[in-house]
Design a protein around this ligand. Structure first.
Ligand code: ADP
Length: 271
């Protein structure tokens, strides 16, 4: 079983002519509510890759949280370890995109920030084969979870994204580190990291793989789709080369639709 410990967010995307300046009001042409959060993105990608996935996360006691958990469950993710927070709302990112495609983003951490490190660690079952986490949660959560994963003998995977000062100290707890080029550089170019290279694919030690060309619509969530497919392949015992191949294909596919996942709150994106 693959255990994903991570964030669950709703992305609210507002399309405007130009970003509002302080004190200014602008009109948005539309509002798209799309599922996001690196943990949920990765969990769905791992399930799509054939893994049995348990997601450890936290949502608010609100419509977004309920709808999101139901969607994850209907798409094959075990949500029994997603807890409900009575006081914090479901995490949300407010993303304003101007006519030139530039975005500015405000993230409401919400319930993601209220995950207790010890509780998250206790949610990892003894039979976990692989545990993966990212850094949209407090670094204390990532640390507790990776330590618990080592205790139960699971393979530990860290996607240190968004990269922060806390990430370096966590690398020694990870058997596999999955990063994009920016993160790889920021972490001092760790030797055996699995590094994604955008349209050029990925490399991992002496292994590399490139995706077939695709019509790119939106690269949001491509790295999460890559990591999810990678852990699904590793959990079923695939060799590095084969895991990389599956991962770059999943990453490329995730660039062909708007948002991080192929469904939306406000309207179906791809059904
Ligand atoms: P991140 O999104 O985390 O910055 P990358 O940009 O390296 O990470 O992309 C992760 C994976 O998504 C790549 O390894 C590749 O499989 C896929 N991908 C990203 N951009 C493209 C693209 N323009 N064309 C095809 N595949 C892409």
């Amino acid at each position: 079983r693959v255990v994903v410990v991570g964030s669950i967010n709703v992305d609210a995307i507002l399309r405007v002519e130009s970003h509002p300046k302080p004190g200014e009001t602008v009109l948005a042409r539309n509002l798209d509510l799309l599922p996001g959060g690196k943990g949920a993105n990765l969990a769905l990608a791992a399930a799509a890759g054939g893994a049995e996935v348990l997601l450890v996360g936290r949502v608010g006691d609100d419509e977004h949280g309920r709808r999101y958990v139901a969607e994850l469950a209907s798409r094959g993710v075990d949500t029994s370890a997603v807890t409900v927070d009575a006081t914090h709302p479901t995490g949300q990112a407010f993303i304003t995109v101007d006519a030139a495609g530039e975005n500015s983003i405000i993230v409401v951490v919400g319930s993601n920030g209220a995950i207790d490190p010890d509780a998250a660690a206790r949610s990892i079952p003894d039979d976990a084969a692989l545990v993966v986490t990212q850094l949209e949660l407090a670094p204390e959560v990532a640390e507790a979870v990776l330590r618990r994963a080592r205790e139960v003998g699971a393979v530990t995977v860290l996607n240190p994204s968004p990269v922060s000062a806390a990430a370096s100290a966590l690398l020694e707890l990870a058997d596999v580190v999955v990063v994009n080029e920016h993160e790889w550089t920021a972490l001092g170019e760790p030797a055996d990291a699995c590094v994604t290279l955008g349209a050029a694919g990925a490399r991992w030690g002496v292994a590399d793989a490139a995706p077939d060309p695709v019509d790119v619509v939106d690269t949001t969530g491509a790295g999460d789709a890559f990591a999810g497919a990678l852990v699904a392949a590793l959990a079923r015992g695939a060799a590095r080369e084969d895991a990389l191949q599956a991962a770059v294909a999943a990453g490329a596919k995730a660039t062909t639709y708007a948002g991080a996942q192929p469904w939306g709150f406000s309207a179906p994106v791809v059904e």
